[in-house]
Design a protein around this ligand. Structure first.
Ligand code: G16
Length: 537
């Protein structure tokens, strides 16, 4: 029944910012997914007889890879596999399940916010026993194994029924199929004041949540409509293999239907969306979009309104390109703030060591120590908890936050699918020009960001070029680690404004001068052939 299958290495199975992401057609090559999964197992030690959580966001090819991952886990000696019903688990729910069940780790099948369907993207990532994305020492080991792999272990067995909750035996391994929502919903109920939120809805408060045809539909429906009784809240709530044609990236461009609704004069008071695998979030109030960086700062400043955080937070962590707004809150609260490289995996040690409680990234990710992933529905519930307690509008909350702390104007310009060699050339040229930039036009620091983890002392470099100005403004350039075609250049631009009389400016105009400088310093048009960004958030 056990089978050892001969295989050959594939080029380019290097995990990026969050696991291995490629086109579905790349994953469909014979042995491609199997090679990567075996390389994960070959990089781990001591899992025989232990549990592995498996689930994904339901995108095209999920159903196939869930089955082969279960067979391979059994053949490699896991004693138990815990799988979400229908092969579904949101990324934060998978993180919770790993922690709750004391599993050895988990395999999450997702390409997150990237489009799905036969021509879309697919992805596989490994999360460790703390529930968080594998740290770099494991992803480096996995990549090394993918380069030398010659066999993988599997079982000769038919697909098993994962559509029914229950326990099935597969060779020596027990496969437990679980309700993907129940444990997660109970966790949320333990963190937030559900009674206060239900009262808010009873008072006539209206909200729309866009599941974007992806994984969070069932979670949002059970919690917002089921527990809070807010019927009609969820739109695009059924997870579909192609996300119903949506690009499940919760931003102003891809969640336009929701944003148009909420920004309209008679729209609901509050809108939110989550991405393909449920870890990102978009927060929008009537007439007021909340940037992820502001959302992190406002959550940090108001977290004590939620029961789980009522005693205060230990610290705040943000990725380097995220605006410095959260640092100002941490300073006022008298708690430390941490600046990490992009990638949720860098928050894991800080959360495990209880040095940070709330973490966030400009890339629409916010979360806390309740799991080891960012968590879209958590962020929405945190906002609902704040709204329920403060009984102010989103706009009032954001504006009073700016009045108290000042406003960090912030934008990100993405140049997608740029030719890889040209994008690398731009970064190399920029890196070379760094020493000459200091002292010009108010630039006081120009470097390539590196990070030494304060917990395990691990060191990471080459994490993004920073230009820091004497007034605190910043321009940052980095190449995305999550794309699957060419390179995506991200340019992050930030300016601090203390004067409340200037807070009402439109973001792009407030940042216009810095944007021109950012384009000029990197010579973006000449280097990439692009006159304008493809996405502005
Ligand atoms: C992943 C990571 C995040 C990161 C984001 C963007 O998110 O988990 O930590 O900020 O990618 O990364 P990049 O700028 O390299 O594209 P997700 O939601 O895609 O898993």
């Amino acid at each position: 029944m056990f089978e050892l299958v001969a295989t050959k290495p594939f080029d380019g199975q290097k995990p990026g910012t969050s696991g291995l992401r490629k086109k579905v057609t790349v994953f469909q090559q014979p042995h491609y997914a199997e090679n990567f999964i075996q390389s994960i197992f070959d990089s781990l030690e001591g899992f025989v007889g232990k549990s592995l959580v498996i689930g994904g966001d339901g995108r095209y090819y999920n159903a196939h890879v869930v089955q082969l991952a279960i067979r391979m886990a059994a053949a490699n000696g896991f004693g138990k596999v815990i799988v979400g019903q229908g092969g579904l688990l949101s990324t934060p729910a998978a993180s919770h399940l790993i922690r709750k069940r004391g599993a050895f780790g988990g395999i999450i099948l997702s390409a997150s916010h990237n489009p799905g369907g036969p021509d879309g993207d697919f992805g596989i990532k490994y999360n460790a026993g703390n529930g968080g994305p594998a740290p770099e020492k494991i992803t480096d080991a996995i990549f090394a194994k993918t380069k030398v792999i010659s066999t993988y272990k599997t079982l000769e067995a038919d697909d098993i029924d994962i559509n029914t909750v229950g326990v099935i035996k597969l060779a020596n391994t027990e496969v437990e199929v679980v309700d993907p929502v129940a444990d997660y919903a109970a966790l949320m109920q333990s963190l937030f004041d559900f009674d206060a939120i239900a009262d808010l809805f009873k008072s006539g408060f209206k909200m729309k949540f866009d599941g974007m045809g992806a994984i969070t539909g069932p979670y949002a429906t059970r919690i917002f409509e089921g527990i809070f009784g807010a019927a009609g809240t969820v739109m695009n709530g059924t997870p579909l293999p192609d996300f119903g044609g949506h690009h499940p990236d919760p931003n102003l461009v891809h969640a336009k239907e929701l944003c148009d609704l909420v920004l309209s004069p008679n729209g609901p008071a509050f809108g939110a969306a989550s991405d393909g695998d449920g870890d990102r979030n978009l927060i929008i109030g009537r007439g007021m979009y909340v940037t992820p960086s502001d959302s992190l700062a406002i959550i940090a400043a108001n977290a004590q309104l939620a029961p789980a955080y009522s005693k205060g937070i230990a610290g705040v962590a943000r990725s380097m390109p995220t605006s410095c707004a959260a640092d100002l809150v941490a300073k006022k609260l008298g708690v430390p703030s941490f600046e990490t490289p992009t990638g949720w995996k860098f928050f894991g040690n800080l959360l495990d060591a209880a040095m940070a409680t709330v973490c966030g990234e400009e890339s629409f990710g916010t979360g806390s120590n309740h799991v080891r992933e960012k968590d879209g529905v958590w962020a929405v519930l945190m906002w609902l908890n704040i709204l329920a307690k403060r009984r102010e509008t989103v706009e009032q909350i954001v504006k009073s936050h700016w009045r108290e702390y000042g406003r960090n104007f912030y934008t990100r310009h993405d140049y997608e699918e740029v030719d890889l060699a040209r994008a690398n050339g731009l970064m190399t040229r920029l890196r070379g020009s760094l020493p000459g930039l200091v002292g010009k036009g108010g630039i006081v620091k120009a470097d390539d960001f590196s990070y030494r983890d304060p917990v395990d002392n691990s060191f990471t470099e080459g994490q993004g070029i920073r230009l820091i100005y004497d007034n605190g403004s910043r321009i940052i350039y980095r190449l995305s680690g999550t794309g699957t075609a060419g390179a995506t250049l991200r340019v992050y631009i930030e300016k601090y404004e203390a004067d409340a009389a200037k807070h009402a400016q439109e973001t792009q105009s407030a940042l216009a001068q810095l944007i021109t400088q950012a384009n000029g310093i990197a010579d973006i048009e000449a280097q990439t052939g692009r006159a304008a960004p493809t996405v502005i958030t």
